[in-house]
Design a protein. Structure first.
Lengths: 274, 304
């Protein structure tokens, strides 16, 4: 194997499960694409896919599949499964190999789908169990794990509800804090391997828009859920949060670039260019 | 092991244990893990471990990065880093679009040098014509909701550019814009994306969809961010049987369009996951829109 390969695993992916009206979470993985972008070329060996469904703090079901890879190719390149979305829980998917073939452990993958009969589908972005580069960078820059969503909102008159879903896939309880202002805080414990849902109506006034900041005594995967205000099972949108970046507004530059950027800003400010 | 609050709860490894390991001279990350098993069970401590190792690295190298060294050229000119995001908006047929901007310190604790910003919102029609503009300021430790109906003379659909520019030197606050699109009884949000990251690259253009019964119930918003027309190839692929259908379209420069996949690919719903891809010969910004039977939407951007 090449000298650049250093890992035999990829960071596990986490997909949230939540109660819906007869819905299910569909997860599909293009294994060929994963090998193309993360494994060394021409790998021959075994790749193992482990899919665990965790509810109420315990593994409810587990499926482990082995795929034989020959020269970077595999017979069954696409994998997909459907999991009932009938309660709080999560799906954890791990990909490992029998050799150190992965050049990085983070894995950019596409969406899962929450499908609800006679309603439609909602895209669900997974979170990485660990080693997300952007979170590591944020922690190094700001020393605090802090997630942000600028558009926290609920409106009973409009029928719009909003809640946050917390998944604790780790082996210790996590205490999270949600804040919508200096004096508006809510603390909540998320026990080991549990999922907790928190509605924003305890933090926001009816009809208010507010920035929600979330932190915890440990990193924790979180999703922003939009649903009907009177029915949290009718979910229409699932989104991820952003990290608090706190970067500098100014940076060093060279004279030529300084002039070019200045001209572009002048032209834009005066409507000459878009 | 030393006493004190553990860095790794699973194996009771403290920060002092980690530092002691590396003070022994030949200590490496691999030997640390082999000796203590840190990070090998629940993995939640890996983040904290990264910070400790980073501190150790900084202390060992004692590197002083000056502006002079950053430029590498001897110049110490500093310039504001403004950023421009883009996205699509919908205002016709009773829909609403708002952009939320908030500029707070981390955890609402003033003290960091959060600075005011100027925003410049430019709205373009689907044909690529500028139809609205709003310029304003967002003060430090505050937020603003921009309702697109305040920027337009009449309801329209299209796309927008949002430029944020710092009015003083300091730090960014919670500035990542969120777009809230809504209708009767629902609201969906999506993050804006950096305008320069509009793509035509190999791995950036494909998204999974499933459909609802006999319909795909999915649309794609495509924005041509280039000043040249672009040729689009929209393809629908079934990974189970390898079948593929494609349609070609043209999109004018700086124009946007909502592509209804049920109109492009009739009778394509299969009851299993499909992949939709959009290739273009100019950079394009793309979002996938799933529509529901109650009229609500879910919106997400194509992977960057």
């Amino acid at each position: 194997m090449g000298n650049s390969a250093t890992f035999h695993y990829l960071t596990p992916l986490l997909f949230p499960l939540m109660p819906t009206h007869g819905g299910s979470l569909v997860i599909g993985l293009d294994l060929k694409k994963i090998l193309d972008i993360r494994a060394i070329a021409g790998f021959t060996g075994i790749v193992t896919l482990d899919c665990a469904v965790i509810r109420d703090g315990a593994v409810g079901s587990r499926e482990t599949l082995e795929f034989e890879v020959r020269d970077g190719n595999l017979d069954e390149a696409y994998f997909w499964r459907r999991y009932p979305a009938d309660g709080l829980g999560y799906v954890e998917i791990s990909i490992t190999a029998d050799q150190r073939i992965f050049t990085r452990i983070d894995l950019p993958v596409g969406y899962g789908l929450l499908t609800i009969p006679d309603y439609g589908t909602v895209t669900v972005i997974p979170d990485a169990k660990f080693a997300r580069p952007i979170i590591i960078e944020q922690m190094q820059a700001t020393k605090t794990f802090c997630l942000v969503h600028s558009a926290g909102h609920w409106d009973s008159r409009e029928g719009c509800g909003n809640s946050f879903l917390f998944v604790n896939p780790y082996e210790q309880d996590i205490v999270i804090t949600l804040q919508t202002g200096p004096d508006r805080k809510l603390r909540q414990k998320v026990p080991v391997r549990q999922v907790v849902r928190v509605s924003v109506d305890s933090l926001l006034k009816d009809g208010e828009w507010r920035c929600v900041m979330i932190t915890g005594n440990n990193r924790i995967p979180v999703w922003d859920i939009r649903h009907q205000s009177g029915d949290s099972r009718t979910v229409n949108s699932i989104d991820h949060l952003d990290v608090f970046r706190g970067g500098r507004t100014h940076g060093p530059t060279k004279p030529v670039q300084y002039v070019k950027t200045g001209i572009r800003r002048f032209l834009r400010r005066h409507g000459i260019i878009v | 092991m030393t006493t004190g609050k553990p860095l790794c709860f699973c194996f009771n490894v403290t920060k002092a244990d980690v530092l002691a390991h590396f003070s022994e001279g030949a200590g490496t990350y691999e030997s640390l893990v082999e000796k203590t098993k840190i990070g090998t069970k629940c993995t939640a401590c890996l983040l904290d471990l990264d910070l400790v190792l980073d501190e150790l690295h900084q202390a060992r190298n004692s590197a002083i990065i000056s502006d002079h060294e950053e430029t590498g050229s001897g110049y110490t000119i500093r310039q504001a880093v403004d950023f421009t995001d883009s996205g699509f908006f919908m205002m016709e047929n009773g829909m609403s679009t708002r952009v939320r901007l908030s500029n707070f310190s981390q955890l609402y604790r003033p003290g960091a040098q959060i600075v005011p910003f100027r925003f410049d919102l430019i709205l373009l029609s689907e044909a690529g014509r500028v139809i609205g503009r709003l310029v304003g300021d967002i003060d430090k430790e505050s937020d603003v909701t921009i309702d697109f109906s305040d920027c337009l003379d009449a309801p329209a659909n299209g796309w927008f550019l949002l430029n944020l520019f710092p009015l003083a030197e300091g730090y960014f606050g919670t500035l990542r814009p969120q777009v809230a699109i809504g209708g009767a009884g629902w609201c969906a949000t999506y993050h804006t994306q950096p305008h320069m990251m509009a793509s035509m690259g190999k791995y950036r253009h494909e998204v999974v969809l499933m459909g609802n019964g006999s319909r795909l119930a999915t649309s794609i918003s495509v924005i041509n961010t280039s000043r040249r027309p672009t040729n689009l190839t929209v393809s629908l692929r079934n990974p189970s049987d390898g079948s593929r259908r494609s349609e070609k379209l043209e999109l004018h420069s700086m124009a946007s369009r909502i592509l209804d996949l049920d109109a492009l690919f009739p009778q394509a719903a299969a009851g299993e996951p499909l992949f939709v891809s959009v290739r273009s010969d100019q950079p394009t910004r793309k979002h996938i829109i799933n529509t529901h039977t109650d009229g609500s939407w879910s919106v997400d951007h194509f992977p960057n």
